[in-house]
Design a protein around this ligand. Structure first.
Ligand SMILES: [Zn+2]
Length: 64
């Protein structure tokens, strides 16, 4: 059984803290907004996944 979520560490573009997010791997490429648990500002996550799981996470600020 394949697991569709995986924790990933990203650096918040607003406060610079390394935060853990749970990313959804059910589709190969997706972009969504998640609030930073440290500074509570929205960060935009771009998640790519392949057959072996998580392939990459890019993060940027809402206004970048
Ligand atoms: Zn933050």
């Amino acid at each position: 059984m394949q697991q569709y979520t995986e924790p990933a560490i990203v650096d918040c573009p607003c406060c610079g803290e390394a935060v853990e997010v749970l990313v959804d791997l059910s589709v190969p490429l997706q972009e969504y907004t998640e609030d930073c648990p440290v500074c509570c500002r929205p960060m935009i996550l771009k998640v790519t996944s392949g057959e072996s799981g998580l392939a990459g996470v890019e993060v940027r600020g809402e206004n970048d």
